[in-house]
Design a protein around this ligand. Structure first.
Ligand SMILES: [Zn+2]
Length: 632
């Protein structure tokens, strides 16, 4: 046990509603089991990428611990099943070695792979597992269902750039895939990466008082993503393709769970892949790591379209996360509930918003109705209704609730100091909070003591009380992402602030796929405004490996402390010209080399005032990682 025990308030909150436990789910996660890995998966350097043995406590049949929400516990025990599974004749899945699933479809000569996981090591181990049990077949096609890294990042574990270049393996993706795959993480990448540690909890101990699940799967693997660009883009719904003798019918679903996503059916197998548009959990309308808010209304409508297109002919439905469902009637009921869930959240949030309720009031008032509570796949093990209601509100009306008292609030330290003073000092504030803790009013405790921690982050009594309250909230949370966030907050309050370090190098293969415009955008959000007052420069760029395209010539400059970039021409008054390859620019951004080194080698040629280059690149902030979240 790494955390504190559950209080009696938490124990009584964690009473399960036994009626909802569908025994069929346990059969579904076991159905077609072929074999499992006996140990963890290591990367080339011998480090553990993922290790299911850490989660043995979810499989030993023990009673539900009182430190885990009983519904989340049950969901976690289902996600903890791992191995190779036969979904139907000709289709296999490897589940439980990554947060996502990889699916293998038998073609005439080889495998069609759907979603090759997050990182090369887990994809490679999955390919080896199916090879061991079903025999070797070459991978002749890879389908990316959508633009999130846990669905393409392991592509080098099942094929190679050489095989793709030689036409031995096709890469099929929805329209706009490449742009979105790179785009989602460009501007806010470092902030999202840090916030994601709260969402997924990879630094928490695997333990009934710590990490138990990630909702969409057991846990996230530790390894960099790779990317091979698609060779075939699916551009319209109804598009049909025969790949290695297998017929596939596609449905594009942009602006749903991901900006570029698609469902598709395999008529010869009576099988339907719902990508990540349907899972065995309520999904996020915005993840707590942060992202652009998703379109719940479109999401629901695309599930409705999938029902119209495919449901009548579907004997088995599988998805990019969790487990499949079998039988025409069962699949139809499942899809209907999923469709209605997203529509209900959208409509009932906006109904209340249009009557003047603000996001926190809507989140408090909305309760999942019995229709959704009765099924585990419509409960919030990943997304949470509290967060999703706010997401819908934010999409249409922004974070601002229209009350001018909230228009220009004091930031946390300034407000915290004043709240402590208002309470009559730190001791009085903490005494009040302790009383509320004893009565189980944990949401109020974390609001009040948060002010204390921001007023004085060195006050260990305040930190410990805040950690204790966050921990009990974590134990009670049905959503794995809420649980992980609460427990991460508790951990950092107890163990001290995280170390602020220089950000990890971005995954090289992801950088390779960036456009020049995207590279310049990432530099723009790192410019130290305070150091570039009065600086006005323009730099002409010639990318020799982009000759003949609009990317051959660029102007990059600073004006009024802001970066600007113009494609397709040069500025006759520019102070300096730079000639290099786009490839070299990407190497420099990946921190594999520097401008200075390359100028020395002659691979980057400057003509004019080198100081103009320095005015931009000498004033770029370091990428930070490990910034504080639960304290100043
Ligand atoms: Zn995913």
């Amino acid at each position: 046990m790494v955390g504190k025990p559950a209080t009696h308030h938490t124990r009584s909150s964690n009473q399960p509603d036994d009626r909802i436990f569908d025994p069929a789910d346990l059969e579904r996660v076991r159905r077609g089991f072929v074999g499992a890995l006996s140990g963890g998966i290591l990367d080339d350097a011998g480090r553990h990428v993922i290790d299911p043995r850490r989660y043995e406590f979810l499989r030993d049949g023990r009673d539900v611990p009182d430190t885990v929400n009983p519904h989340l516990w049950r969901h976690a025990t289902l996600n903890a099943h791992h191995g190779l599974f036969e979904v139907c004749d000709g289709i296999w899945q490897v589940r439980g070695y990554d947060i996502s699933n990889v699916t293998f479809i038998r073609g005439a000569t080889g495998w069609i792979v759907v979603d090759p996981l997050t990182t090369m090591a887990t994809a490679k181990a999955s390919y080896e597992l199916i090879t061991e049990h079903v025999g070797h077949r070459p991978v002749v096609a890879v389908i990316y269902t959508h633009s999130h890294a846990d669905h393409f990042g392991g592509v080098f574990g099942v094929t190679s750039q050489a095989d793709v270049d030689a036409g031995r393996c096709a890469i099929i993706a929805p329209e706009g895939f490449l742009h979105e795959a790179i785009g989602e993480n460009i501007i806010a990448g470092p902030a999202m990466a840090r916030r994601a540690t709260y969402q997924f909890g990879p630094l928490l101990e695997a333990d009934p008082t710590g990490h138990v699940d990630c909702g969409l799967g057991n846990s996230v693997p530790m390894g960099p993503p790779g990317l091979i660009a698609p060779t075939i883009e699916v551009t319209k719904t109804g598009e049909e393709m025969t790949v290695d003798g297998v017929r596939i019918v596609f449905q594009l679903t942009p602006e749903t769970e991901a900006p570029a996503e698609m469902n598709f059916s395999f008529p010869d197998f009576a099988a339907l892949c719902m990508a990540e548009n349907c899972s065995h959990t309520m999904h996020n309308l915005v993840p707590i790591r942060g992202a652009l808010v998703r379109n719940a209304l479109q999401w629901s409508k695309y599930i409705n379209e999938a029902i119209e297109l495919f449901a009548a002919d579907t004997q088995v439905m599988f998805a990019s996360h969790n487990w499949p469902r079998w039988g025409v009637a069962d699949v139809a009921e499942y899809l209907t509930l999923q469709r209605d869930l997203y529509r209900w959240m959208h409509d009932q949030t906006m109904r209340r918003a249009n009557r003047g309720l603000v996001a926190t009031e809507i989140a408090e008032e909305l309760q999942l109705p019995p229709e959704f509570l009765a099924h585990e796949h419509t409960r919030g093990f990943y997304g949470d209704l509290v967060h999703n209601a706010k997401a819908v509100y934010q999409r249409y009306l922004s974070w601002y609730d229209a009350n001018p008292a909230n228009l220009h609030k004091l930031p946390p330290v300034e407000a915290g100091t004043r709240y402590v003073e208002l309470a009559g000092g730190m001791d009085r504030l903490l005494a009040h909070a302790r009383e509320r803790f004893d009565s189980g009013d944990y949401r109020w405790v974390v609001e009040v003591v948060n002010h204390a921690v921001f007023a004085d982050p060195t006050n260990q009594a305040a930190r410990n009380l805040q950690a204790d309250a966050l921990e009990q909230l974590g134990y009670q949370a049905e959503s794995s992402t809420f649980r992980n966030a609460y427990l991460m907050g508790a951990k950092e309050l107890r163990e001290g602030p995280p170390k602020l370090t220089q950000g990890a190098r971005r995954a090289r293969d992801m950088i390779r796929a960036m456009t020049i415009e995207q590279v310049f955008d990432t530099i723009g959000v790192r410019i130290k405004s305070e150091s570039v007052g009065g600086v006005r420069v323009a730099v002409n760029w010639t990318f020799t490996d982009m000759a003949g395209t609009r990317d051959e010539r660029w102007i990059l400059g600073l004006s009024n402390r802001a970066l600007f970039a113009t494609q397709g021409r040069h500025d006759p008054h520019a102070q300096v010209s730079v000639t290099m390859t786009r490839d070299m620019l990407l190497n420099i951004v990946a921190q594999e080399t520097t401008f200075l080194d390359e100028i020395g080698k002659g691979t980057v040629v400057l003509d004019g005032d080198a100081g103009a280059m320095l005015a931009i690149f000498g004033n770029v902030d370091e990428i930070a990682a490990g910034f504080a979240i639960v304290e100043p």
